[in-house]
Design a protein around this ligand. Structure first.
Ligand code: FAD
Ligand code: UDP
Length: 394
């Protein structure tokens, strides 16, 4: 019988790695991470494509951004970041626009040369049919912010493709991620810090686990070895919460994205990293061209070729990668039941994107892992505080 570790972590994504690193480094605990994939890093994992030497994010484009000083300082212990600033362009009816909604887009779309005040007045008039505080769903929220013509051009078709759900049934929150600006500023994010890991995501994530007290066991599904650990040692579980309980309350619904990767015979396919396709008739939502994320690596990219990925969004079936929580009323009812079960589960904490059924950006996954460490794990291991999740870490 091999010696038990002090802590078992299920899932080697950013959440699990952050908890592991803190417990090993600060508390000197022996941590075992179980990961069912053949690599660590979760969805932030990336690889160099051998044909072009371009770094490809294998589970969709990952752009790091945060306004959380603690998370930024923490991430910088394992990697430095480039000064990449993310911009997104959108194609609609044969024209290319600079997203997010900004003064350049408004002027191009309406064929005007409005000042910020004139543009504000125009949008105020166009959005007057719905008051923002009365908006109860994505469509109403979008119209209340930008008016119907811009909504129909840039949001309606894209959202239909992304969610395959009527925008009046989607949560208004989804759209509040997108800024509206009455300037020519076209950075996609509005955070204090932004950049890409200089040596790539995998180098960063590997370094987090590079500690003598951390063992990462790949290609190991927790459910196949659960009896060795459950009830015997504290567990931090970052897999899907419904799966943990054998889907007893029903499956939570997710969207997945089919990522169709190809190498094209040109140095530059689209001149930028991300182009959204806002027309509903175009079947994909966007095309990613990875080399543009790292202009500083230009000389190391092999000439005459480029890696691109077409993204197609659809409802996840069993066996698909769960990417975006759909979060319907039915899902929320199931989630409440799973939270009750989680509360009653001894010595198991649930965390991360899959464990809490929440769309977490990378900085949010790190931030919430640091909170779990501060509020639950450290008090347990240093003062003997009881280890109950008190429900899923929210
Ligand atoms: P994951 O990274 O999903 O890690 C969970 C791990 O648990 C996985 O490796 C999984 O294999 C493992 N696991 C599950 N069940 C078991 C089991 N039974 N046994 C063993 N292992 C198990 N964030 C940003 O900040 N910027 C972006 O631009 C961005 N783009 C994204 C694009 C897409 C398409 C997606 C899906 C996400 C994006 N994110 C982005 C979010 C980012 O991926 C998450 O914040 C991050 O992955 C969360 O880390 P995690 O550890 O919670 O989950
Ligand atoms: N969205 C849109 N048009 C766009 C970009 C985004 O309508 O050109 C909407 C869409 O509903 C999407 C949401 O805004 O789901 C959030 O977009 P984001 O690009 O942040 O999503 P992600 O990168 O997470 O896929």
């Amino acid at each position: 019988q091999p010696q038990l570790p002090d802590l078992v972590i299920v899932g080697a994504g950013l959440f699990g790695l952050t908890v592991a690193e803190r417990c090993a480094e600060e508390l000197g605990l022996r941590v075992l991470i179980l990961e069912r994939r053949h690599h660590l890093g979760g969805n932030a994992y990336s690889e160099r494509d051998p044909e072009t030497n371009v770094e490809v994010h294998k589970y969709g484009a990952h752009l790091f951004h945060t306004s959380n000083q603690r998370v930024w300082d923490y991430a910088n212990r394992f990697t430095s970041f480039t000064d990449y600033k993310h911009r997104v362009f959108g194609k609609y009816q044969g024209q290319v626009y600079s997203l997010p909604l900004n003064l350049a887009l408004i002027n191009q779309f309406f064929g005007t040369s409005h000042t910020p005040d004139e543009a504000r007045a125009l949008i105020a008039e166009q959005s007057s049919e719905v008051a923002t505080e009365d908006a109860t769903n994505l469509e109403e929220k979008a119209i209340s912010l930008i008016g119907r013509p811009l909504y129909e051009a840039f949001i309606k078709g894209y959202t239909a493709k992304q969610w395959q759900t009527d925008p009046t049934e989607l949560s208004a929150d989804i759209i509040t991620r997108l800024p509206v600006r009455y300037t020519f500023e076209n950075g996609w994010f509005s955070d204090t810090y932004e950049g890409l890991p200089v040596d790539g995501y995998t180098a960063w994530l590997t370094k987090m686990a590079d500690h003598p007290n951390i063992e990462v066991r790949l290609e190991t599904d927790f459910f196949e070895v659960a009896d060795d650990y459950r009830g015997k040692v504290p567990i931090v579980y970052t897999g899907p919460v419904d799966e943990y309980f054998g889907n007893s309350e029903g499956r939570l619904s997710w969207r997945t994205v089919d990522l169709e990767e190809s190498v094209v015979e040109t140095d530059d396919f689209q001149g930028t990293g991300v182009v959204n396709y806002n027309d509903q008739e175009v079947p994909y939502t966007r095309i990613i061209e990875f080399k543009h994320f790292h202009p500083e690596r230009e000389k190391t990219h092999l000439p005459g070729k480029s890696v691109i990925v077409h993204e197609y969004s659809r409802f996840a079936q069993e066996g698909d990668e769960p990417y975006y929580p759909v979060n319907t009323a039915d899902d929320r009812a199931k989630l409440l039941k799973y939270r009750e079960l989680a509360k009653a589960e001894p010595m198991v904490l649930f965390g991360g994107r899959l464990g809490t059924y929440k769309y977490l950006d990378m900085h949010m996954a790190i931030g919430s892992a640091l909170s779990m460490y501060d509020n639950k794990l450290k008090p347990h291991f240093t003062e003997g505080a009881e280890l109950t999740s008190g429900g899923i870490d929210a």
